[in-house]
Write a protein of this length. Structure first.
Length: 296
């Protein structure tokens, strides 16, 4: 496939783009900072500028595409991960502006250029728990895609607006638009530095609903979204199968979720951030766990 990936120089993208290139895809990274990775081409692009986005998504990905002399190929998909990645990087108004405007520009250009699929990064924060003022409990567990999205911070608000934008463009154009409510992204090298503390103190992970997503499994999720067509507009939780803490599911429920309704039976180390929809609809099957690295 010919894929435009926005924000590919970020924490997730710098792992996922080489995975896509290794699968034989043509990958163009649209970012303010290039990514030096084999098989990945770069175009410096300000995604808040609609003209730059339209030009990038209607242009060549690399010099090799000039050779056939048949004009500019069309992208098969856009994967939109570019964003200010949380609150407290820029002022709240700038976080909201950059994230919502870039998402709108990417989706509008994709629709008007006839690109048939957009996969975009939403967030666990959409549920309103991660960056709440004080402790906010979920309305029920495990948290699935039917759980209300009630953000109260600029970053989470921008993600919910992004979901509404995707739903609207899909309704108008009929393309596939898949939103990924991504749990806390963890790179492999972070297991040894971060997880001993999480094992010792589960409270450190309450704002992340005690979940995580290994960046390599996030890459798998992107590839499953690229492979499955015809779903229209859908959102998916993206998380690994297990909790990010040493405590069991039952122990976490007892300590942190007393009185919170339990939607279905949960056992062992099962995540509170439900990924069953991604498994059932897309065939998503996480392969990595911090438990393979940190021995309790």
């Amino acid at each position: 496939m010919r894929i435009a990936f926005t924000g590919g120089s970020g924490k997730a993208g710098r792992h996922i783009l080489p995975m896509l290139a290794a699968e034989g895809h043509t990958v163009l990274n649209l970012d303010l900072t290039p990514l030096e990775a084999e098989g990945v081409d770069n175009l410096i692009c300000d995604l808040t500028d609609p003209g730059q986005v339209f030009s990038a998504l209607s242009g060549y990905a690399n010099f090799a595409e000039l050779a056939p002399g048949t004009g500019v190929p069309k992208f098969d998909a856009v994967v939109h991960f570019a964003a200010l990645a949380r609150i407290l990087i820029a002022p709240d108004c700038e976080t909201f502006r950059v994230n919502t405007l870039s998402t709108y520009n990417v989706m509008e250009a994709a629709v008007k250029l006839g690109i048939p699929k957009v996969i975009f990064a939403s967030s666990e924060t959409a549920y309103g728990i991660c960056f709440a003022d004080g402790v906010r409990k979920p309305q029920y567990i495990p948290v699935d895609e039917d759980h209300p999205t009630e953000p109260e911070d600029a970053y989470a608000m921008s993600k919910v607006v992004g979901e509404a934008t995707g739903r609207a463009f899909q309704a108008r154009a009929g393309i596939d638009v898949y939103g990924l409510r991504i749990n806390n992204v963890i790179a492999p090298e972070e297991y040894e530095t971060l997880f001993p503390a999480f094992v010792a103190d589960a409270a450190l992970r309450e704002r992340n609903i005690f979940g995580y997503i290994d960046v390599r499994d996030l890459g798998q999720m992107v590839m499953r979204c690229l492979a499955v067509d015809g779903l229209g507009y859908e959102v998916f939780n993206v998380a690994n199968d297990d909790l990010s803490v040493g405590a069991s599911n039952a122990q976490v429920r007892e300590q942190f979720y007393e009185g919170i309704p339990v939607k279905r039976e949960m056992t062992g180390n099962e995540t509170m951030y439900c990924n069953r929809k991604a498994r059932d609809v897309l065939g998503f099957a996480p392969e990595h766990s911090w438990r393979d690295v940190i021995k309790m």
